[in-house]
Structures are given as structure tokens and as C-alpha cells.
Design a protein around this ligand. Structure first.
Ligand SMILES: Nc1nc2c(ncn2[C@@H]2O[C@H](COP(=O)(O)OP(=O)(O)O)[C@@H](O)[C@H]2O)c(=O)[nH]1
Ligand SMILES: [Mg+2]
Length: 220
């Protein structure tokens, strides 16, 4: 898979961050494929950290992976839907138990055409967030279908969090908190219900996951 064209564009920037859109083009047997990666780089000059932790968000399309990532790293929420093409990436420093970690968050595209690149992002992950939408039964089944594949690709001591997103939409709920919790218990995962739109449990989820990862890392 030889890139035949590469490039990038600066999308937006302010004093604290720059967002780039990078792309490369390559050909497969009969297709021309364009891969985009959106990258937000923060001005972290002078900011030290003890660990870099790679975290992948997994889940069906439209469950809110990109929104959770943006809510946590930029504290914004956008109600319009822009499909992630390829991979969405953002980072933020988190302080837990007197240690600083740089969390690298990757939103993998649900589109099966991108499975090849998506798989490579499972390698070396310290944390996996398995996201479903509490108003969408199909999305809950989806994480049940992919969890074994993800566990096969990720590091054996990776930490898993089952995330029931859109908990602000209580009236449209079809997956109960108990269902989510028992799925998580069965698969040895942590569990949390979140809302990217109302900013419920997003920071808590990141802290909980990071604390668990650091516990494992420090006991090695
Ligand atoms: N009500 C509600 N809508 C959400 C929430 N999170 C995401 N959405 C909406 O769900 C759609 C898909 O979100 P997105 O993050 O792009 O999904 P992704 O495909 O998993 O990355 C968008 O229209 C969002 O505005 C949430 O917590 N509550
Ligand atoms: Mg997305």
C-alpha cells in the first residue's frame, strides 16, 4: 500500500491549539483510496507528563464517539453529525493520583472500508472504550459482537470501559442501566453512562479509566 499523494491543511487554530487535516491517497487493486486523519495538537510547551496512554473508542456509527472525544478534549458539543472518515484523534493531559498522563484518544471509523487502518490502532492501546447509544438496541449488540475481536488485538492488560452514551435521552432509552452493567460485569469491564451533550460523566469516565490503567502500569 504505497501512498501516491500526501498532503495536509490547517483547519483552525488559536493560541492553545492547531487542528490539521492530513491525507494520503493510495491505490488498492481497483480503487483509489483517500484516507483522512484529523489531528488536534495542543500547545503543551512546559507541560510535563509521566505517561502517554493510547485509548481507542470503539462502537457503531453515530453512538457519539467523536462527541465524547471533543467534549473531553475541547469541552464542546456539536449537534450536527459529521461522519468520521479514517481516524479522529485528540489528546489531553490528565492528572490522577499525583501522576500526569497524556491521553491520546482515537475515534475509529465504523465504516468497514477502513477496517485495515482501524485494526492497527488497537495495537498498543492501554484503554478501550466500548461505546453504545442507550436509545439504540443495535448499537448495544454491536459492542457484544466486536469485544472478542478487540480483546484479541489489544494488549492483554488493557482496561475496558463499557460506555452507555446519550443518557440525556431518558425518554427514548431502550437499554436499561442494569443491562449495560451486567454486560460489563460479564466481560470484566468497567461501566458508566454518559452524555456528551449534557457533559455527564465524561470527565469521571476518563479519570476512572486512567486511574485503573496507572494502577496496572505501576504494579508492573
Ligand atoms: N442527545 C445526545 N446526542 C448525542 C450525544 N453524543 C452524540 N450525540 C449526537 O449523535 C450523533 C453522532 O455523534 P458522533 O460523535 O459523530 O458519533 P460517532 O459516529 O460515534 O463518532 C451526532 O448528531 C451527535 O450530535 C449525547 O450524549 N446526547
Ligand atoms: Mg466519529
Amino acid at each position: 500500500m504505497q501512498p501516491i499523494k500526501e498532503g495536509g491543511a490547517r483547519l483552525e487554530h488559536d493560541e492553545a491549539r492547531i487542528t490539521y487535516l492530513l491525507y494520503y491517497q493510495h491505490t488498492t487493486k481497483d480503487n483509489l483510496v483517500l484516507t483522512y486523519v484529523r489531528i488536534t495538537i495542543y500547545d503543551m510547551a512546559g507541560v510535563g507528563y509521566d505517561y502517554v496512554l493510547k485509548v481507542t473508542l470503539v462502537g457503531a456509527e453515530k453512538v457519539g464517539k467523536t462527541c465524547l472525544l471533543r467534549r473531553y478534549t475541547e469541552d464542546i458539543f456539536s449537534p450536527s453529525y459529521v461522519a468520521t472518515i479514517g481516524v479522529d484523534f485528540a489528546a489531553r493531559i490528565i492528572d490522577v493520583n499525583e501522576k500526569s498522563a497524556k491521553l491520546q484518544l482515537w475515534d475509529t471509523a465504523g465504516d468497514p472500508r477502513f477496517q485495515a487502518i482501524v485494526q492497527s490502532y488497537y495495537r498498543g492501546v492501554a484503554g478501550v472504550m466500548l461505546v453504545y447509544d442507550i436509545t439504540d438496541e443495535e448499537s448495544f449488540h454491536h459492542i457484544g459482537k466486536v469485544i472478542d475481536d478487540v480483546k484479541a488485538l489489544a494488549a492483554p492488560d488493557a482496561v475496558y470501559v463499557v460506555v452507555g452514551n446519550k443518557c440525556d435521552l431518558e425518554n427514548a432509552r431502550v437499554i436499561s442501566t442494569e443491562q449495560g452493567q451486567s454486560f460489563a460485569d460479564e466481560h470484566d469491564c468497567k461501566f458508566m453512562e454518559t452524555s456528551a451533550s449534557d457533559n455527564v460523566n465524561v470527565t469521571e469516565m476518563m479519570i476512572e479509566m486512567t486511574a485503573t490503567i496507572l494502577e496496572i502500569v505501576q504494579n508492573h
